[in-house]
Design a protein around this ligand. Structure first.
Ligand code: ZN
Length: 164
């Protein structure tokens, strides 16, 4: 396993539509392992293949640190409700923005053995599913931000000051 270089906003690879995966080759297995390692190292909850420069329809999510999922050729099957909250992206380091997303999402995808599964998520998991799926079509969350991007560490300090 190895850490991969995370591509940042402005890199053309982040704005392209990714191609479906035909079969999980040893190279793709290695990519998936590297994506998990890179995501955990960066303290992220999700990472999509284009973020490490690979234009394939693959992303990984782990919202708790103990719930890893890989999604290959995913399709969002159903969404409902709404949540508005702060969102960030490993490709836009040091920034957050307020984004409204569905509060529930159901996704169908293939796992690392190319076996089909469906997964339902609410709240953070639903947000992560929608965010990562957008990456596969060349979209970044900053397109959906309401208001300005902010530095999340300063934002937290402001909240703490307000509470005093
Ligand atoms: Zn992202």
């Amino acid at each position: 396993m190895a850490l991969r270089n995370i591509r940042e906003e402005g890199d053309p690879v982040l704005y392209k539509v990714c191609k479906p995966v035909k079969e999980v080759t040893p190279r793709i297995k290695e990519l998936i392992e590297d994506m998990f390692e890179t995501m955990y190292e960066a303290n992220g909850v999700g990472l999509a293949a284009p973020q490490v420069g690979i234009l394939k329809r693959i992303f990984v999510i782990d919202t708790t640190g103990e719930d890893p999922h890989v999604f290959i050729n995913p399709t969002i099957l159903e969404t409902s409700g709404e949540q508005t909250g702060a969102e960030g992206c490993l490709s836009v380091p040091g920034k957050s923005g307020i984004v409204t997303r569905p509060n529930y999402a159901k996704i169908g995808a293939y796992d690392e053995n190319m076996e089909y599964f469906e997964l339902e998520g609410t709240e953070l998991l639903a947000r992560a599913i929608c965010h990562e799926n957008d990456h596969l079509d060349g979209h970044l969350y900053v397109e959906k931000v309401e208001g300005d991007l902010f530095d999340p560490t300063e934002y937290m300090e402001e909240i703490e000051e307000d509470e005093e």
